[in-house]
Design a protein around this ligand. Sequence first.
Ligand SMILES: C[S@@+](CC[C@H](N)C(=O)[O-])C[C@H]1O[C@@H](n2cnc3c(N)ncnc32)[C@H](O)[C@@H]1O
Length: 218
Amino acid sequence: MRGFHPSLAAFEPLPVQERLFVHARLFSAPLEALAARAKGRRLADLGCGHGVLTALLAVGFPEREVVGLDPDARKIDWARRSVGRFPNVRLEVGTVHELAAKEPGRFDCLFVADVLYLLPPFEWGAFLAACRALLVPGGRLVIKEAENDGSWRAKTALWQEQVMVRLLRRTRESGALGFEPRETLHRELEKTGFSVRESASMHRGYTTPHVLFVAECA
Ligand SMILES: C[S@@+](CC[C@H](N)C(=O)[O-])C[C@H]1O[C@@H](n2cnc3c(N)ncnc32)[C@H](O)[C@@H]1O
């Protein structure tokens, strides 16, 4: 059943509230579809939060090295106490720019799930350029965002995010909170030197207008 993937056993050491949060996260976003697009051995989950996607990428794949990165130390603490106990996972507090300065050209594949909506769109180019710097030639970037398609889904999802970010303060924003049309991300990816291989709506069965991009270094 959606939301009960075996990798979620990694989160059993966490308090019940955090466990419920990670189950809800997997139930409400197509993270398994992202994980299915992994390529290569060295992977990173940028803006990993509690590490739900990190767990999908690492648990059961001992041949992979998975780095989870987030600027929010609280989130990395939850991730360290759960998926961080696996030997093929490394968790770091920091920004994508800091990681790109330390480990350029290290990764075969990067994942960015629901992070860009927390940044002003004028900063997306610099974020994507840092992603490009982290990747090997021909490396892959898998992104999931919610798209502003003017639908009831977009309005409902934005309202939910405002509650999570501004009222409950469960998620840390980076200067913005809003969804953009799908074309904005497509354009920024191409401008940064990525070739978009796949762009697909993933909203069926969800209340959020999920959109998935798979791009590779041109
Ligand atoms: C909605 S959560 C998504 C977490 C995780 N990617 C997932 O799919 O479950 C957004 C995450 O982005 C992180 N974040 C905020 N600003 C960021 C930035 N500038 N760079 C990287 N991550 C950021 C937040 O701390 C938060 O953990």
